[in-house]
Write a protein that binds this ligand. Sequence first.
Ligand code: BJ8
Length: 373
Amino acid sequence: MMKLKAIEKLMQKFASRKEQLYKQKEEGRKVFGMFCAYVPIEIILAANAIPVGLCGGKNDTIPIAEEDLPRNLCPLIKSSYGFKKAKTCPYFEASDIVIGETTCEGKKKMFELMERLVPMHIMHLPHMKDEDSLKIWIKEVEKLKELVEKETGNKITEEKLKETVDKVNKVRELFYKLYELRKNKPAPIKGLDVLKLFQFAYLLDIDDTIGILEDLIEELEERVKKGEGYEGKRILITGCPMVAGNNKIVEIIEEVGGVVVGEESCTGTRFFENFVEGYSVEDIAKRYFKIPCACRFKNDERVENIKRLVKELDVDGVVYYTLQYCHTFNIEGAKVEEALKEEGIPIIRIETDYSESDREQLKTRLEAFIEMI
Ligand code: BJ8
């Protein structure tokens, strides 16, 4: 199958992104680093600043992180901290300020060490989902707006906010379209290409992301018309995010006869589901508050979403993916497994880190799962 032109464009844009970002910085634009899908990027963009995702997906920076952090900690947290300590991530080094949030224990406590290395602002994400918690969150988003205005010296006007809400909603709309197209058989796009799209969407200039997605949709519509695509057992991945540098599981699944057709993840549906419905700070806060992350208490919407995605995407089996020592997603896995088994949906639970040492073992397990379903 020919490579998709839009994915080639994605790789080119990514290759030149660092240069572009530093140029934008020279022009006076501030860069806000982020650690989570909960950061409302509309607010940052409305002050003409640039949001970039900082979560680390590579093993290389873990040893330096382990000088300060415990070994038995999630690799995403260690990798991210290591990147800052080693000063090897251009996005980190470009960030004028880093936004963290009170999600899981590991990240939250790591931020206490990280704030010695870089200016940080921590958003209080309430773990409950009730009305009182929503009020706290709306206040947090208001505080973020004040901070962004102060850091950039730019007033966030209603007009600016309207413009950025529409723009970010446009990205969401395009990802919804992509998911619509993935319902087709054969699947018009490989999971590995989609994963890269999500990973780089956290890093690229938003206008470039929109352009790439528009081109991609057109190309995929063509493929669907012609009946072209990838055959194989249709897999939904659910669990921890797979941030840039961490492609192991998708690579293996697609090597052993599967095709990933959906990702219930922050490099997946949690990135784009739900539009911002209105143009106020409160409307923005409400959309982000709905993200069903396992860090929240009683996260039943996630289980429902997974069941819905299995049906919509005509999935043959679910790969539940947990990073080592990620307790929230690991524990929630029990609920997901129970719910899927009740409906007769095959599921396999995988726990791994960023090393390559378990690749063969994972390959054997995933191959057996894919053969069985
Ligand atoms: S909204 S998933 S981006 S917190 S994998 S660091 S939870 S121990 S990344 Fe996440 Fe925001 Fe939630 Fe999404 Fe902790 Fe688990 Fe590590 Fe995690």
